[in-house]
Design a binder for this molecule. Sequence first.
Ligand code: ATP
Ligand code: PRP
Ligand code: NIO
Ligand code: MG
Length: 550
Amino acid sequence: MYRSSNGSVTPEKRLGQNCIVQPLLTDLYQITMAYAYWKSGKTQEHAVFDLFFRKNPFNGEFTIFAGLEECVKFVDKFSYSKSDIDYIRQVLPSNVEEEFYGYLGNLTAKGVSLYAMQEGSVVFPRIPMLRVEGPLIVVQLLETTLLNLVNYASLITTNASRFRMAANKLNLFEFGLRRAQGPDGALSASKYSYIGGFDGTSNVLAGKLFNIPVKGTHAHSYVTSFNSLDELTTKNLAPSKGGKPVDFVDLAVSWRKKIVSIFNVMLSEVNNGEFAAFISFAIAFPNSYLALVDTYDVKKSGLINFSAVALALGDLGYEPVGIRLDSGDLAYLSLVAREVFTQISKDFKRPSFAKLMIMASNDINEETILSLNEQGHEIDSFGIGTHLVTCQKQPALGGVYKMVEINGQARIKLSHDVDKVTIPGKKDAYRLYGDNNLALIDLLQISSEDPPEVGKKVLCRHPFQESKRAFVTPSKVENLLQLYWKDGKICQPLPNMQEIKERVVNSLKILRPDIRRALNPTPYKVAVSDNLYHYLHNLWLENAPIGELS
Ligand SMILES: Nc1ncnc2c1ncn2[C@@H]1O[C@H](COP(=O)(O)OP(=O)(O)OP(=O)(O)O)[C@@H](O)[C@H]1O
Ligand SMILES: O=P(O)(O)OC[C@H]1O[C@H](OP(=O)(O)OP(=O)(O)O)[C@H](O)[C@@H]1O
Ligand SMILES: O=C(O)c1cccnc1
Ligand SMILES: [Mg+2]
């Protein structure tokens, strides 16, 4: 589906791009409009569209823009194959003139210019993430695919960045493949979760295609597949530095007898199937032994079996990794586990035992992590699936693609809902910074206006509320919309995933903490210039004639 960045999956012209991304990945109405534009001689009219959203997701006050690389590659390769044209001929009505298909067959996006925010940067409502200019027919045909490429990518990247902030420096692993929106949604989820701040994924194909670290433990089924120690066929394990293999089962059994008293548990209460499972897993992976300890009873069985096997591994010079908790009160159980590990570490002089990794999973969301932080816990890493990949708290970003100018004339889309009125005209976007390198406000201007200057006062106005305005004297001005594609060429190098990941981290740092916080964050200000304010409101009045009540 995706080709790996070194092209090793299949040699293909759209290298490194998801091959589902192609011009037919669109809504039928784009193609019917294309024919009607063609019939009306409008194909070459010069159009400008903005791609933006109106509300930040997850009750937050920021969004991370992602998906740009895929957008640029899509525009770069935009063309209909012969079989695409044959298919379009089948679905359009029979009165469509044959000449149109010839025209479509030769269509490319060479006449299009694509301006965009930097991938991985923070973005805000109404500020275009993309500005697409060019022949009306092409710019229209790009709509659905561009929205598809930006909306989920930005949503999941934002979600992942929120988990990252909640978890602070703890490790985060994406475990969502089984719950994701189909195979393609799953791959996007793994890729953009990593960009948004996760440390790895359990999704092996995503690891291969995107060079993301792959990680994993084992499932409950591995534990329940064993019933007793008699089932163990492989019993021996050689010390880590080499030498004669020893009976590892005997060694673990003797440790379990020794430690069971620490837990105040009778040996008969400790599950033998689980013990056999842990022993066999340790024999298979002596250097990376990590066990899922909640199948039967964490305190009375899982921790005892895990510790006995881990101590036996230690005798042979191996360093066990840790445990995973997948049910129950994760804060409490992590504290219990840490206490046990610390006790064993002291009693048996195993310093590294105190630092064993405690991983938690089970329906974890951002709030769970924030709540665990408040309660106090000893978890070192989280495995997160459902809530991350499905973005359960808000399953879609409402990014839209709106015409703002045609043939040099501004266009406005009116609505009873003020939030849905578009800001007309071809615009530039600037980020104005205060001292401390913190962003103060994003400002939209008509493109023909001079850019704001450092140290020079500029009037920033709320786009719709007349009384809301402020002067800002920026100490830094950032031009947010950069040219990425023009005259059939990619105009600047696209950053790799690692660079985008770093940009997410750095971009969030320009926001005041109260804008970033999870609960009731302060909105970031988005403004228009005084000129744009008047332009917008005049056009609004022009397009909304005074009615008469009767
Ligand atoms: N200390 C905690 N504070 C807040 N939420 C927690 C805490 N511990 C666990 N949770 C969350 O509470 C939910 C518990 O899930 P659930 O009710 O299915 O119980 P369970 O322990 O998984 O039971 P089962 O044994 O049936 O799997 C999960 O979403 C989990 O992430
Ligand atoms: O909970 P999530 O955030 O989606 O993370 C992934 C989950 O997938 C696995 O089990 P699965 O849910 O398949 O089975 P279980 O709930 O019975 O453990 C794993 O043990 C996690 O619980
Ligand atoms: O490796 C794991 O522990 C894992 C992977 C996917 C889903 N749940 C857990
Ligand atoms: Mg589960």
